[in-house]
Each structure stands twice: as C-alpha cells, then as structure tokens.
Unconditional design. Structure first.
Length: 125
C-alpha cells in the first residue's frame, strides 16, 4: 500500500482557508451550509496507513474530503457515517469541489451520484 505522511490539521485548516478566500459568493454560501469541523473518516484500503482522510463538508450522502495522498479535494458517497465509500484522486482545490456540488444541486445530478448508480447496477445479479 502507498506510504505517505498525512496532512496535519493545521495545514488542512490553512488549505481550507485559502480555498474559502477564492470562493465566489454562491460557493461561499453553499460552503457555509455544508461545512463541518474537519473529521478523520476511514477509507479502505487507501486511507488505512494515514488513519483515514479529513472530511470537511457533508451534503446528503456525499462527503467532501481532502485526499492528502494526491493533494486535492474530492467528493465521495458514504453509506455509513465516518466511512468514505469511494476513493477518488482529484487534484481539485476546495472552491472547485464546492462548485461541483453547487452544479449538482442546480442541475439535479452529479458524477459521484452517477458512478454510484452504475456501481450499484454492477452489484445486482
């Protein structure tokens, strides 16, 4: 498995603050509605060596989290609070990831949701 040094809480807070500073008013409004105090969530197997990844926002069954292996924010479904279902390796800045969520809310669909549906279909016999 990949060996890496997890991002510190302070470094994460700094990265989030930089993203907030670049947000549009609409992005910031959504951010303020969905943000949480960062929490470490599990993601097997990629997050195992670093005791998980930092989740910074939640909307519905989607967690917005920081992948410190790839150094970018990602959106993933979760079935159980505290566990990220899908591993993504986007290199998105926070404001870009929030914009994807804003687009999904405005348009009614999102790539994360579509991938989840396809995965569910593949699991059915």
């Amino acid at each position: 498995m990949i060996d890496w040094s997890p991002i510190s809480k302070q470094a994460l807070d700094d990265r989030v603050a930089q993203g907030i500073a670049r947000m549009s008013p609409a992005q910031r409004h959504l951010w303020n509605a969905i943000r949480i105090d960062p929490e470490k969530w599990q993601q097997h197997p990629y997050g195992d060596n670093g005791d998980g990844f930092w989740v910074v926002a939640i909307v519905g069954r989607t967690a917005l989290w920081y992948n410190d292996i790839e150094e970018g924010f990602n959106r993933s479904r979760y079935s159980t609070y505290g566990t990220i279902d899908d591993y993504w390796c986007n290199h998105d800045e926070l404001e870009v990831a929030v914009q994807y969520l804003l687009n999904a809310l405005e348009l009614g669909t999102d790539l994360v949701e579509l991938v989840g549906r396809l995965t569910d279909l593949k699991r059915k016999p």
